[in-house]
Design a protein around this ligand. Structure first.
Ligand SMILES: NC(=O)c1ccc[n+]([C@@H]2O[C@H](COP(=O)([O-])OP(=O)(O)OC[C@H]3O[C@@H](n4cnc5c(N)ncnc54)[C@H](O)[C@@H]3O)[C@@H](O)[C@H]2O)c1
Length: 273
């Protein structure tokens, strides 16, 4: 089961799992691309089932879990992947933006864990959870507070889950996917917001970060590379699924600042990565 499966990294994961011979449940809030993704997987011979889902709503994810069982009887891999981006000066970001980004990026993962962990444990076989965070969950950037906060929270939540599953000697593994810039539609996240909602005019910081995100994503790696990494991590039961070295160095610098009690530096990796 993959959320955010109609586009980008989620679609690449769904395709890759299908190519591995798995049956796939695709969940997404965007109806038409979701239908098209299901049709494309079925054309490729994959037993695929699309379920329109808003991961920000607990009852919607509960319904997704029920539909998953109805469709395929059990579930072994769960990817809490759906995500959106909004930025701006942290004290100016509209409440609606905070609620939207944390609703999808953090609550979506919380709902996914609450609804699916019991199902992964129910059959007693090996199983795996993959939570999509970001390298933005390991470093901090200005002008992207809702996104950065949501991704740090997903890393923390995933590490916590890892400790708990280990202590319980659970057959369920967990990985946290922390991509760099990936060529997807995340720069057009607004397409998934309530069409009627009034928006304040874009601030200079919002425009800056939107443009930086659009640029970095346009030059980003292919989503298929993420699917490759995820499948390898599930096979190896590896927790951290990280971007390449320059990003890891940025994360290590932050840890070093913490260790030495130094003030935080800003040495970009770019927002959205
Ligand atoms: N693209 C990047 O550079 C990058 C980098 C790091 C992390 N990520 C993360 O990867 C994940 C996938 O994003 P992507 O880059 O493939 O973007 P994308 O926009 O191409 O795909 C995201 C999918 O999530 C869906 N979605 C949005 N809100 C939803 C909701 N409420 N319920 C269900 N589905 C919803 C969208 O409809 C879309 O199909 C996100 O969590 C994102 O934060 C992306």
């Amino acid at each position: 089961m993959v959320t955010g499966a109609a586009s980008g990294i989620g679609l690449a994961l769904a395709r890759r799992f299908g190519a591995e011979g798995m049956r796939v449940v695709l969940a997404d809030v965007e109806a038409e691309p979701l239908r098209a993704a299901e049709a494309a997987l079925r054309d490729a011979g994959v037993d695929a089932c699309a379920v329109r889902t808003d991961v920000a709503r607990a009852e919607s994810v509960e319904a997704l879990a029920r539909r998953t069982l109805e469709a395929f009887g059990s579930v072994h891999v769960v990817c809490n992947n759906a995500g959106v981006f909004a930025g701006g000066l942290s004290w100016e970001v509209p409440l609606a933006d905070w609620e939207w980004v944390l609703g999808v990026n953090l609550w979506g993962v919380i709902h996914g864990m609450r609804s699916f962990l019991p199902l992964l444990h129910a059959h007693g076989e090996e199983a795996h959870v993959v939570n999509t965070a970001s390298m933005a969950g390991l470093v901090t950037n200005p002008f992207a507070a809702p996104y950065t906060v949501s991704k740090h929270a997903v890393v923390a939540l995933s590490e916590t889950l890892y400790h708990e599953l280990t202590l319980r000697r659970s057959p369920v593994g967990v990985s946290v996917l922390c991509p760099e810039a990936v060529a997807t539609r995340i720069g057009a996240s607004e397409r998934n917001r309530d069409a009627g909602a009034a928006r304040a005019p874009e601030t200079a910081e919002q425009a800056f970060v939107r443009e930086a995100l659009t640029r970095s994503v346009a030059g980003g790696v292919a989503p298929e590379a993420m699917a490759e990494r995820v499948v390898a991590a599930i096979r190896d039961r590896r927790f951290y699924v990280l971007a390449e070295d320059d990003w890891r160095r940025a994360a290590a610098l932050r840890c070093e600042d913490v260790r030495l009690g130094r003030n935080p530096r800003f040495e970009p990796p770019r927002p959205g990565g």
